[in-house]
Write a protein that binds this ligand. Structure first.
Ligand SMILES: [Zn+2]
Length: 349
């Protein structure tokens, strides 16, 4: 299969910071019963032939007809095993994206899956589903938040089975978006149409970039978190949310799986130095000062801060759709314990 069109749009969208943060998102291409999908832990912007894993579509889709355990760990272990078994010979050393089966559900040739902050402003909002219907009618399908992996694949399959027309765009609550098309041009049309529609709804585009030097509190935060590397953000958006405990409310819980992978599940609000004891969080919102992100490595701290900025954008955009809605606690707990995401984190250290 000639993967040039797949490599082309993977790099194009992967290099756009408005669309991709920390390598989140994935792409695929199908031909003659074979699908090439992005490998887990690889970056779209650096896509080459080797980035993609060849899989047999019928083998992959067969997963949805099988009996699966109800217990989380056993079910997800079987899911990863069965996905791996659908790889083409010669692909044994690669690990396909955990979202491979979601790509396989679309009959179209090309699929683009992203987690852009602008789109997640809608998917992570209180009125997201109603606003999706109002803005896009039946042309965009809304899938409620659920456990990722096997459960999400089953839920999406049910949506596909119930639909009378071909589905081209799917919004996943507290997660992101799927676009599917038979040409790369049509993919761009779907993507740009949605981004433009959402841009026209949003009235505030937050400034999340910060050049502020870390404060003298840095050493204390390193000591209490036990992390060696620290990033500090005192951008206008960070200061707005750090103004008070009430102002910080919309960013105190994770919005999506990416944020859990790179920032961990907990965010701490601190009003004074005395509050900085025994902190079990990688993100600290310091009242009136800004936001700190910590990590065991330079890259981990950078990634954590990137996802903090993403969260500041999502929380701001969500104001246009009834206000921010974080992930349910039960889903956060599931992802924390999910082997698939710890793999993604381990290759991005
Ligand atoms: Zn995703």
């Amino acid at each position: 299969m000639n993967l040039s069109p797949l490599i082309y749009f993977s790099r194009l969208y992967g290099a756009d910071p408005e669309l991709v943060t920390c390598g989140g998102g994935n792409t695929s291409m199908k031909e003659d019963g074979i699908m090439y999908v992005k490998g887990s832990g690889t970056a779209l912007k650096d896509a080459v032939t080797d980035t993609f894993v060849g899989m047999k579509l019928d083998r992959l889709l067969h997963i949805l007809d099988e009996e699966y355990p109800t217990e989380d760990t056993a079910r997800e272990a079987k899911f990863v095993r069965d996905c791996a078994a659908a790889k083409l010979p010669g692909e044994e050393n690669k690990r396909p994206s955990v979202e491979a089966l979601l790509h396989a559900l679309f009959p179209q040739k090309f699929v683009l899956h992203l987690h852009p902050a602008l789109i997640n402003g809608l998917t992570c909002s209180l009125n997201g589903e109603a606003e999706c219907r109002r803005l896009f009618g039946s042309s965009v399908v809304w899938v409620p938040a659920c456990k990722p992996g096997y459960t999400l694949a089953k839920q999406m399959k049910a949506v596909f089975d119930a639909s009378e027309r071909q589905i081209k765009t799917v919004l996943l609550e507290n997660h992101g978006v799927f676009f599917a098309a038979d040409t790369v041009e049509d993919l761009a049309t779907h993507l740009n149409g949605m981004m433009n529609a959402l841009r026209s709804c949003v009235s505030e585009f937050p400034d999340v970039e910060s050049t502020a030097e870390p404060t003298q509190r840095t050493d204390k935060i390193k000591a209490v978190t036990g992390k060696r590397f620290i990033r500090f953000n005192a951008s206008p958006a960070a200061l707005k949310f750090a103004a008070s405990r009430e102002a910080a409310q919309p960013i105190m819980k994770p919005f999506n799986p990416d944020q859990i992978v790179y920032c961990g599940p907990r965010i701490k609000f601190a009003a004074c130095d005395n509050c900085l004891n025994e902190i079990d969080a990688n993100v600290i919102v310091m009242k009136g000062e800004g936001i700190y992100a910590v990590g065991d490595t330079e890259k981990a701290a950078d990634n954590c801060m990137m996802l903090v900025k993403d969260a500041l954008k999502i929380a701001t955009y969500a104001q246009a759709f009834g206000g921010a809605q974080p992930m349910a606690d039960e889903l956060v707990d599931f992802i924390v314990n999910w082997e698939v995401e710890s793999y993604r984190k381990s290759v991005n250290k």
